[in-house]
Write a protein that binds this ligand. Structure first.
Ligand SMILES: NC(=O)c1ccc[n+]([C@@H]2O[C@H](COP(=O)([O-])OP(=O)(O)OC[C@H]3O[C@@H](n4cnc5c(N)ncnc54)[C@H](O)[C@@H]3O)[C@@H](O)[C@H]2O)c1
Length: 352
């Protein structure tokens, strides 16, 4: 029987609430099926720790994480720490340090959930976000700080290796889906260096996937396709920044940020991959017990799939869909249910 070591990093705000719910559901699923085990180790890496000790990740922390099979992450962000400090203190060192270059973000309108779009039922997308370089490479700097002549640069870095591997990943994913359709999103009319490299490498890689239909859209234009012609998209590949924005739009169009999952994958499996809901720490609802745990449960499904536990993943996804279909919804989906009630409903189906 496989026994998986999972590092749970709830982080901040509602991350703590939804990861607790996710761990509870995953433990119940493993106990009921009896075919695999999950050993969770909890890490207190969050803004409270940073304010107390000056570091999100303690010395040797990343090294310690390497021995885990997967990382189950909540969110990071606090009103007491600047956002660029918290993000670069915790989440990005893990994504970049473990070369989790493929950020996979599915979007679908779950049963019982209402999309703000008339054609919402047509949403069935997977956004593949380059997750290791591009606009979030961290390259740049500030000089003459505080003076009128201050200069800040934020350099987008695109490497041929980085671009090619994300395109290959996206083509493989597109090939595995019934529609076999991949849309390349760039902004190569205005950004004539890195984005043109993206277009060129895409065309090269496409030669190896004649069975995958390809289309190209500029990032501004694809927002209108998402809203007006959702049926025209299947798998979308885009840069770190573009896909970050598009996937929040995708989440909202599918009903709520509170249901959207993501996987930060190291496809070569040299390092553990990290699974997290796409939402942040949600200051406005922290501590109120109303955070939607569905994004975290769906994230858990992606983690189980990555671990090879596909039957357990399918069982959890069915339980999630049965609960959304029943109309038991948290306030972000227009309901009155609490995190506890939604978690209990999923647990009841698992234990049935
Ligand atoms: N991956 C991450 O760790 C991550 C991602 C995004 C934002 N952040 C951080 O989180 C903090 C808050 O950022 P923000 O407000 O821009 O984004 P957010 O995702 O935290 O919240 C945006 C809105 O969506 C709602 N929402 C989010 N998740 C929900 C859920 N599960 N259930 C119900 N409603 C939900 C919130 O209440 C809020 O109104 C900031 O510090 C930001 O840097 C972290």
């Amino acid at each position: 029987m496989s026994n998986y070591k999972i590092a749970a990093i709830p982080g901040d705000g509602i991350g703590v609430e939804v990861i607790a719910a996710g761990v509870e559901v995953l433990k119940a699923l493993a106990a009921k099926r009896g075919t695999f085990g999950l050993d969770f180790e909890h890490f207190d890496w969050g803004s409270e720790r940073y304010l107390r000790e000056g570091q999100y990740i303690p010395e040797g922390g990343l090294e310690a994480l390497k021995s885990f099979d997967a990382i189950f992450f909540g969110a990071v962000g606090s009103l007491e720490v600047a956002d660029h400090v918290s993000l670069w203190g915790l989440r990005l060192p893990i994504c970049q340090g473990f070369d989790q270059y493929a950020n996979v973000r599915p979007a679908r309108v779950l049963p019982g959930v209402t999309s703000p779009l008339a054609k919402g039922k047509a949403i069935d997308w997977v956004i593949v976000r380059e997750n290791s370089e591009g606009e979030y490479s961290g390259s740049g700097g500030r000089v003459h700080q505080g003076l009128p002549i201050e200069v800040a640069t934020e350099v987008s870095t695109f490497t041929r290796v980085g671009v090619e591997r994300i395109h290959r990943f996206a083509f493989e994913l597109a090939r595995s889906r019934p529609a076999k359709h991949l849309t390349l999103v760039t902004k190569s009319n205005a950004q004539r260096h890195g984005m043109v490299l993206w277009d060129e490498v895409f065309a090269e890689v496409a030669q190896d996937y004649p069975d995958v239909r390809t289309t190209r859209e500029l990032v501004d234009a694809v927002t209108t396709t998402m809203v007006l012609k959702p049926e025209q998209l299947d798998v979308v590949v885009a840069t770190n920044l573009h896909a970050d924005i598009l996937s929040d739009l995708a989440a909202a169009l599918s009903g709520s940020l509170g249901i959207a999952p993501t996987a930060n994958l190291n496809p070569s499996r040299d390092f553990p991959s990290m699974f997290e809901p796409i939402h942040g720490s949600a200051f406005d609802i922290t501590g109120k017990g109303v955070a939607n745990p569905i994004a975290t449960f769906w994230t858990a499904v992606m983690m189980l799939e990555h671990l090879g536990e596909t039957a357990a993943a399918a069982e959890l996804m069915s339980a999630i869909e049965a609960v959304t279909e029943s109309g038991l919804h948290t306030p972000d989906l227009g309901g009155k249910a609490t995190t506890r009630e939604v978690t209990d409903a999923v647990l009841a189906l698992i234990r049935r």
